[in-house]
Ligand binder design. Structure first.
Ligand SMILES: [Zn+2]
Ligand SMILES: [Zn+2]
Length: 186
């Protein structure tokens, strides 16, 4: 699979976005307010989205839910439908660009798109290529029992089981968690 710099950035952004979702275990929303959305936009260098508002925040949270569903869906046909709907709603206008010294690549977001539409278009297409390549299984959830973060497995043999978090994938950590669970249950 050819992964251009923008695809890589879009993948980082979508993984980060999905992982800001509040969780059942009491983990609070990682995008609690417009300022947090501003930090996210800055971190991922999402260009040209104008002044952010409460409307943007709620729109981005909706898009986040749709991306989470895509990461959770094992069936390619259903995933394709989810991505089609997401990308269509964002009003994409694909155009070639070689900005900032990068090789030719395609931007999907429409000029002046809101941050939610920008994410839906570019991240949606980044995920679409995994379906095209028959490699949708690379869109994963961390197997550490107390994590379940979304990540994209770009390893050659698709063998990655854990996210980038420092503790995940540390077998001792997982074993300790299971022991604590058992103790709490028993
Ligand atoms: Zn670009
Ligand atoms: Zn993890």
């Amino acid at each position: 699979m050819l992964i251009t710099h923008d695809t890589r950035c879009a993948l980082d952004a979508v993984v980060d976005l999905v992982n800001t979702a509040p969780e059942d275990d009491g983990t609070p929303d990682g995008l609690p307010d417009v300022a947090a959305l501003g930090d996210f936009v800055e971190k991922h260098e999402i260009s040209d989205v104008g002044v952010l508002s409460e409307f943007d925040l709620s729109a981005v949270r909706k898009v986040r839910g749709r991306f989470a569903a895509i990461f959770a869906e094992p069936d390619a046909r259903i995933t394709a439908g989810l991505i089609n709907d997401l990308v269509a709603a964002a009003g994409t206008t694909p155009r070639l660009t070689d900005h900032d010294g990068y090789d030719w690549h395609v931007h999907y977001f429409a000029p002046g798109a809101s941050v939610a539409d920008h994410l839906a278009a570019d991240c949606g297409m980044a995920l679409a290529f995994f379906v095209v390549a028959g490699e949708q299984e690379r869109l994963r959830r961390c197997e550490a029992p107390d994590c379940r973060h979304a990540f994209v497995d770009l390893s050659r043999n698709r063998s990655r089981r854990y996210c980038d978090s420092r503790t995940c994938g540390n077998r001792l950590h997982v074993a300790a968690y299971r022991a604590r669970r058992k103790e709490a249950a028993g």
